[in-house]
Design a protein around this ligand. Structure first.
Ligand SMILES: O=c1ccn([C@@H]2O[C@H](COP(=O)(O)OP(=O)(O)O[C@H]3OC[C@@H](O)[C@H](O)[C@H]3O)[C@@H](O)[C@H]2O)c(=O)[nH]1
Length: 421
């Protein structure tokens, strides 16, 4: 019998080693596959996580933007405002404060550090004119018509509320009369109740078509009481009468500014007064419309000069009427030529029929304002006109960008035939 001992032992040893190797390899393969599965699952989970994260990000992004906008609105920068101590800071009401002159006055009084309440019915005023103050702690905007009574605690009232351009005040003469009569009574009643001083924005129109030239404050005027301008001219004349009745009978402190032709930024595009009409016509290449032969005269002041005059008058001890205007006089035809030149326009000048009761000459005598208020206009006509031209250029651009241009309706087809609606 052949002994299998050593050979068998050798083969068994080899097999055992192979077995061990195979078992080892199987184990490594198992571990590798488990690891692989684990890694796969991780990456699947990571992908899923990323997807969830991007979904959340998508939902949150607009909220983040809203928060940023809110933060911005809280930290909104206002024009620089002076600090005034309690004793110097006044509570001031401006009626018509969102209008052309009123909004510039609002700016001045806000920047001087006062508390300003603007009351406007937005007939000719616009929120846009004062929107840069909305939210400021010293500023309040009230949508209110002065024809209705108003109860508010104030120290000073600038009573400017009234349409001022001839086409606007002639548009609704009864409303113009109510504003200047009932509105002024309401404001004088308020001034009496709370012990406030009231400044009335009167007008050079109280002189009518004047027979005295230039016009000083002692001239009584030449007004047609039943003509188309009467609602404004007589409305302002009776408003002055009311002021002095309240002063004499009730001891109300009054100031009366007779405001001559004024122009500047924030005049309404459809204002209809000569400055805005001529500038817009020149900018748009349309004919400049001169009413009558253009020989009638006017003297134009820039709005910042007027605002300084109003504040000086309010804080003075002058209770009798004071003219505020620029005495540099021009014919309307000269004025049309000047605007054409400044705009660089090729527009023609078109002569239309004369306006009824149009004052033929007007120029303020401002000796009283110079003497008693130390006030006189300082902005040269061309400088002021260039600012107004710049403003109207921007307004035209703004209009062009914001205008809604309706698309023509497509014609409807019915039974093969076009039907126009
Ligand atoms: O397109 C126009 C507009 C006006 N005009 C003329 O230009 C002159 C000035 O007219 P405006 O309408 O600007 O102003 P008016 O001087 O008639 O009235 C103004 O007076 C002083 C303020 O109290 C008021 O703002 C306003 O009533 C008038 O002679 C008018 O007939 C034109 O020739 N063409």
């Amino acid at each position: 019998m052949v002994s299998k001992g050593p050979l068998l032992r050798l083969l068994t040893a080899i097999n055992r080693r192979r077995m061990k190797l195979l078992t080892g390899l199987a184990f490594v393969a198992y571990v590798a596959s488990v690891w692989g599965n684990f890694v796969n699952m991780r990456s699947l989970q990571e992908n899923g996580d990323q997807k969830v994260e991007s979904k959340i990000e998508e939902a949150v992004a607009p909220l983040r933007e809203k928060i940023r906008d809110l933060e911005k609105s809280f930290t909104q920068k206002y024009p620089p405002v002076k600090f005034l101590s309690e004793k110097d800071r006044k509570r001031i009401l401006i009626t018509g404060g969102a209008g052309f002159v009123g909004s510039h006055l609002t700016d001045k009084l806000m920047m001087d550090g006062h508390e300003v309440t603007v009351v406007d019915n937005f007939f000719t005023g616009r929120k846009r004119n004062v929107e840069h103050w909305i939210g400021h702690e010293n500023f309040e905007l009230i949508n209110h018509d002065v024809v209705e009574p108003l109860y508010i605690e104030v120290d000073q009232i600038y009573h400017l509320a009234s349409p001022a351009s001839p086409p606007n005040y002639m548009y609704n003469p009864i409303k113009t009369l109510k504003t200047n009569t009932i509105g002024t009574l309401n404001m004088l009643g308020l001034a009496k109740r709370v012990g406030a001083r009231l400044l009335l924005a009167s007008t050079s129109e109280v002189y009518g078509d004047p027979e005295v030239h230039p016009q000083n404050e002692d001239y009584w005027g030449h007004v047609n009481p039943i003509g188309p301008r009467a609602c404004y001219d007589e409305g302002k004349r009776v408003a002055e009468t009311m002021c002095y009745a309240y002063m004499k009978q009730e001891g109300v402190e009054v100031r009366v500014a007779r405001i001559f032709n004024t122009f500047g930024p924030r005049m309404h595009m459809n204002d209809g007064r000569v400055v805005s009409n001529f500038i817009l016509q020149a900018l748009q290449g349309e004919a400049l419309t001169v009413y009558g032969p253009g020989t009638q005269t006017r003297a134009f002041q820039y709005v910042s000069d007027l605002v300084n005059g109003l504040v000086a008058l309010m804080n003075s001890n002058v209770s009798s009427p004071v003219n505020l205007g620029n005495p540099e006089e021009h014919t309307i035809l000269e004025f049309a030529q000047l605007i054409k030149k400044l705009v660089g326009s090729e527009s023609e000048i078109q002569f239309l029929s004369e306006a009824q009761d149009d004052p033929q000459k007007r120029k303020p005598d401002i000796r009283k304002a110079k003497l008693l208020l130390g006030w006189e206009p300082v902005v040269p006509l061309e400088e002021g006109l260039n600012k107004a031209i710049h403003y109207f250029r921007k307004e035209l651009e703004y209009q062009a960008n914001n205008q809604y241009i309706p698309k023509p309706k497509p014609a409807r087809m019915k039974k093969g035939r076009t039907r126009h609606n």
